[in-house]
Structures are given as structure tokens and as C-alpha cells.
Design a protein. Sequence first.
Length: 619
Amino acid sequence: MTLQKIQRAIVFTTSLIIASGLNAQKLKKGYPIKDRLISYKQITLTTDTSQLTEAERKCIVHLIKAAQHADNIFWMQTYMKKEDALKGIKDPDLKQFIKINYGPWDRLNNDAPFLDGIGSKTKGVNFYPDGFDPDQVMEDMKFRVFDPYTVVYYFNPKDAEKYQKMGQMPPPRERFPSLDGKEIEIESYSMVYQNELIPLTEELRAASEAIQDEDPDFAEYLTQRIDGLFTNDYVMSDISWLNLNSHLDIIIGPIENYEDKLTGSKTSFEAYVLVRDREWGKKLEKYVALLPQLQAGLPVEEKYKPELGANSVTEKEEPTTDEDGNIIEEGVEAVSEIIEIEGFPPVEKPEKPMSQLAVFDAIYYAGDCNSGSKTIAVNLPNHEVIQEYFGTRRSQLKNTMKAKFDEIVIPISQKVIHPSQRKKINFNSFFSNVMFHEVAHGLGIKNVIENPNQTVREALGATYSAIEECKADVLGLYMVTKLIDMKELDGDLEDYYVTFVASVYRSVRFGASSAHGKANMITYNTLIKSGCLENTSKGIKVDIPKMRTAIEGLAAELLHLQGDGDLAGVEKMLSERGKIGESLKAQLDILNAANIPVDIVFDQGIHTLGLDKYAEESE
Ligand SMILES: [Zn+2]
């Protein structure tokens, strides 16, 4: 198919939405847009550019341009093409607010629509057709329809006629009958978004060439990522990425599934352009080595905490055996077998484990990670088999974290935490809590105990993200507690706990439409119920020993829900504790009245970094 035809196909599929959008470019009457804008504090994303080589500067320019195309794709996934969404919007505030939200729904206010004539946001956004019911998908077709890298449509015979009249080929789609007699079609991301993917990959190719001589490993990863974007298969590039120790980095592609609130399976495009902070990275390495020990110490029965795979850094003491007691070689064969079952090419297990705790300055955010609440730490890749056999990289985005701490956590603590405990709040504790949150994603259990072929993610569906985020928060704090006991972590437990509570308020403000927001509501309500947060007239006082017990209890509860794949239990927890009650609402009102920012937005890009010269050269 030619590029032009593909573009028309995309316009065609989104034309219905655009038609309704064009009539609705005015702010909804009475929507407090000025207040909402104040809730985002603008900060400048930068790094020490004097440390960058000439080649790195050239490379960064191309990486940022690639990221901008990923941003365009996210617009199409969640709403419509960016230029169409902003067409006819005169009011600069409204324009800015639409950009922040990637559409007309207020992400940090439970997706409330703020444009005139716009209804509520559909759960499946543009991943699925309007009115799509996932329960009508035939059982044996689910793995295709819910593939993370396809868009779903309903077959409409009139579409084919229209293409015929235009003398065009209809887009290449697979078709499946559904239980309700409709016909479902799927089309791969590489086809649907081809008009953005072509320039995106050209930029990645140019970035790869720019850095080839200085950092051939990073250059190679970039070319593998290009292959992934065209084949919808990211296994090779993900594994190579885990092994990188490059100064520059980019995370780019369809990655997280937060935006698919219908089934939690479709992935959204995003990009982070990063510069590694090697000094901080070294400090963190030692915690990776402690992972197996921490997993073993989790407060649950053995079956809920299986031995870690390549996540663990130390050699396993006991050889792994199969059902008959035969020792399984922990080598290439075992890995390739699993990978083949999953339908991927065989990949050799690395000689040394690849799990990494790394620290970066983020210099560009695009797409999903730039919408709503900005991510300050990333644990990737998401693929469970890769995680199990090759590990994960937990990236701490230090400059963004520091900005959120200074602009949000500190002002919040001044309003809600008891004066006697305010001095306990510090960046070191905040940084560590977020870091251990990321580590904790790698702990616990990935597959349902009674049905090992099913992942916890599959068992819990759309509720998975919130529960997994809650698990990471709580197990992260559990680990902090253990490490202080073991004298492996400096500082006072009270610092970490009080800082944690202050940042719970920060995250609850993301609202129930955010997995992180919901996760923090569960944590908050559990802590309140356990009596470890005392609500005094001067603010919240944290009872450290009680909180220690409460955290342990919630950790066990979450690990049980996940290991049992207990969807009913999770839904019960979410309906009882995944919400904002009276006392929390009162405190949030105080924060809102004080105009404390909810989140940050970025002044970012080639110009912000002072790299215009390199952009002109690359034109
Ligand atoms: Zn997380």
C-alpha cells in the first residue's frame, strides 16, 4: 500500500470522531480551566550538556525528533491527530490544556470532559470501535483480538465499497466472527501508524549513524528498535536494551497499557530521551544483588514468592528440577524453549544477569508518559517472559523526581503533615521510596498459582495496573524496612514512612482514572483503617510501629490476590478502598485551595537544550 493510501485509510477510520470534534472546540461553560492550568507547574527539562560529546549532541537531536513522531501516534491512539484536535482553538489556555491532556478529557480530574459537546471518554479510546464488548470475542480468538500491537475495528461492508470507489485497496486486516454475530477486524500498529512510523524510524536511523563510532551497542539497539516497530515484535530490541550501559538512551514504541481501560491489553506509544547519571547508578547496583534475599523474605507462604529468574544476581543454590525431579539445565535450552512457546525466535540466555537499576536525567517526554501524571521511574520491559529470563531495568528519572519533590511533595507536607514530623521529609527518602517501588515490580509472582499458564496480568485484566502499582508501593516500603533492619540502607525509618505518606497525597490527586491514583487510594484507606495515621487538628501524625505492621499486612494481601488471580477479591478491594472518602476529600480540598501543583509539565526539546545548531545541520 502506498503511503498516501495508508494516510487516507487513517483519516477514514477516524473521520467520525473528527466530525464530532470539529463542532466542539469551545470550553465547556464554567469549567475552571485557569485553576486546572495552575495545577501544572512548568519546569525545564535539561541536563549537564557540557558533558555531551559532539556525536551525542547530534544523536540527541534525532532522538527527540523520533520521540515527536511517537507523540503524534499517541494523539491518534487516544483521541485524534494532534493538528485536527487543535484546529480552530484560539484560546491559548484551552490549547495548552488540550495539549497537556492529549484531548478534551481532564486526565487528573477523572477524565472529565472540558470541551462543549464532548461526551465521556470511551474506555477503549481508539484501540476499539465504539460499543465494543470484549466478552463477545470468541475464546480462541482472544489472543489475536487482544494482541497488544493491533487496533480493533468492526467490519463494515460499506468501508470496502468506499475504498473501491476511491480506487484503493482496503487496509490489510484480519477478520474474526464474534459471539454477537458481528465481525471483528484487527490491523497491526505497523500498518495503522505507518505514516508516522516511517519518519520516526528515519530519525532513529540517523541517530544510530550519528552515534555508531562512539557507542556501537547503542547504535545497534536503535536499529533493532526500528525492526521492532515494523514487525510489531520488540523481543530482540528489549533484550539488547537490557544489556546497554550507554550514556544516552531512548525508550520508544508502544509500551504501557494504562490507556486501554477496557481490557488493559493494548499498548500506547511513548518515548523518553535520557542521559545516564553513572555516579548515582553505582550506588544503586548493590540493591539489585539483594533482590533474591528480599523476595525470599516477603511476608507470604512460599508458593506466593517463587525464586527469581535472571532477576537474581547470585547463583541459585539449589538446581531447578522438573516434575520428575530431573535437574533442568539453566542454560540456553530452557530459555529458547520458553521463547519458542511464546512464538519468538530463540534467544540465548545472557552470561551475566541483566537486571539494572539505573539513574537518568530525562531530557524529553513524549506520548503516553507525557500525558496526565508524569512518570518519574520506569520499570521495563513489561513482557513477563523477558522479565523472568532476562530481568528488567528500573530507570530512575532523577531531574524529574527532584522537580516533583520540590514543587509538590514539600508544599503538600506543609499543609497535611503534623509540624513535628515535617522535618522528616527529604529527597533522599523520596528518591529511595520511588526506587524501591520500581524494584518491587520485579518481586512477587508473575503467574497464577493454580493456573501457571495464565499470567496475573491476564487474570486481573483491566484491574491489574492499579493492583500492580499498589503492590509496588507497598512492597517497596516493605523492602526499605527490611534493608534498614539489615543495615544495608542508611537513614531513619521514620523519614521514609513520613515521606511516603506525604507522597501518597501527591499520587491520590491523580484521581481514580489513573492506576497510580487508585493504587494510592487503596494504600491510604488501608493505612487509615489500621489506625497508623492520626488525624490531628495540626495535621496527620504517622505512627511508625503501627504503619510497619499495616504495610506488612497489605503486602501479604496483595501478593495473595495476585498469586490467586483473584479477580473478585481485587474488585471488592477496589470498590471498598480504591476511592476518596470524606476525610481524604477534606484534605485534598485544602491542597487545592492552596494551589499546590498536582503535576508538572515540561519546557523541553532541542531548543531548551541549546542544541538548535545541531538540528539545523541535520535538516
Ligand atoms: Zn510502578
